[in-house]
Structures are given as structure tokens and as C-alpha cells.
Design a protein around this ligand. Structure first.
Ligand code: HEM
Ligand code: ISQ
Length: 155
């Protein structure tokens, strides 16, 4: 994995600074996805079911957003130590299967990456810069690539 020690330091440093605000940041992250791609909301069963509740008050969304944000950040922070992509509480195989079933396509991963980078940039503006952007992009792309790999029908 082409993830350098410097990049690991940047990711771990910013994740440590964001951790305490993970709940609020997760919500921002999720809502940002739907700002960029409103139609992506149709992919989520708990949004289809509770479509009359405002997005930001949907309790399932809150819990879900937090899981995804923490999973993505921890996977990034672990990347060098583990030597490969790892996820907490589940497997890449399960993630691949569920995302496939939900109708997620490659373009969605770019929307989520954009929303993630935007959220981090807003959370730690004093740390943000091209190196931080590159480090998070690389870490996210490894995780997204691993999930996409498991989404292929052959795997
Ligand atoms: C479900 C993580 C990318 C849409 C989930 C779950 C997790 C997760 C942990 C819940 C468990 C499961 O259903 O397996 C991630 C991570 C991603 C990623 C770590 C990228 C690195 C995406 C993208 C989309 C997406 C790009 C499309 C916008 C969904 C949907 C569900 C889901 C629709 C099912 C929600 C439901 O109806 O219950 N994701 N996800 N995910 N994700 Fe993602
Ligand atoms: C990916 N999968 C499930 C939920 C998500 C919420 C926000 C951003 C990405 C996500």
C-alpha cells in the first residue's frame, strides 16, 4: 500500500482532533452527501420508510452516519499498521454485498469522498492543506476500492 508514514501521521492527527465531535461531524458528512447528490437518499431504506421526517431528525440516520464516519476514519488511521484495509464490526465482504444490493455505483463513491474531505476540511481548518487532502484521499480510496472489489459479481 502506497500510504507513507507522513500520511499516516496526518490522518491519525486529524482523526484524534475530530473524534470528540464525531456525532456532529457524521451528521454533516451525511447531509453533505445528499446536498451533492439528492437522489442518493433513495438508496437508503430508512430514508424511504421515514420520508416525512426531516432528514436531520431521522434517528436511524444519526446512528448510521456515526458508524460510517467512524469506520471510515478508523480504517484510514489503521491502514499502515494493519498493512491492509480493515473495517470494524463487519467485513469487506458484507459491505460489498450490502452496497451491491442497495444499488450503489462507482459515482456514489466519489460523492461520498467529496463529502468526507469537505467535512474534514471544515472540522480541522488549521491542519488542512494539500498533504492532508492527499492523505485522506488515498486512505478513502483504499477502503472504497476494497468495498468495490467485493461488489463485483465474480467475487
Ligand atoms: C450501508 C459503510 C460507501 C450507501 C452501509 C453500512 C456501512 C456502510 C457500515 C451499514 C452496514 C451494511 O449495510 O453493510 C460504508 C463505507 C463506505 C460506503 C465505509 C465507503 C468507504 C457508500 C456509498 C454509498 C453508500 C458510496 C452510496 C451513496 C449505502 C446504503 C446502505 C449502506 C444505501 C444501506 C442502508 C440501508 O438501507 O440500510 N454503508 N459505505 N455507501 N451504504 Fe455505505
Ligand atoms: C455510506 N454508507 C452508508 C451511509 C453513509 C453516510 C454518509 C456517507 C456515506 C455513507
Amino acid at each position: 500500500i502506497a500510504f507513507s508514514e507522513e500520511q499516516e501521521v496526518l490522518v491519525v492527527k486529524s482523526w484524534n482532533a475530530m473524534k470528540k465531535d464525531a456525532a456532529a461531524l457524521s451528521m454533516k458528512f451525511f447531509l453533505r452527501v445528499f446536498e451533492i447528490a439528492p437522489s442518493a437518499a433513495n438508496l437508503f431504506s430508512f430514508l424511504r420508510e421515514d420520508s416525512n421526517v426531516p432528514l436531520e431528525n431521522n434517528p436511524k440516520l444519526k446512528k448510521h452516519a456515526m458508524t460510517v464516519f467512524v469506520m471510515t476514519c478508523e480504517s484510514a488511521a489503521q491502514l499502515r499498521k494493519a498493512g491492509t484495509v480493515t473495517v470494524r464490526d463487519t467485513t469487506l465482504k458484507k459491505l460489498g454485498a450490502s452496497h451491491n444490493k442497495s444499488g450503489v455505483v462507482d459515482e456514489h463513491f466519489e460523492v461520498v469522498r467529496f463529502a468526507l474531505l469537505d467535512t474534514i476540511k471544515e472540522a480541522v481548518p488549521e491542519m488542512w492543506g494539500p498533504e492532508m487532502n492527499n492523505a485522506w484521499t488515498l486512505a478513502y480510496d483504499q477502503l472504497a476500492g476494497a468495498i468495490k472489489q467485493e461488489m463485483k459479481p465474480s467475487s
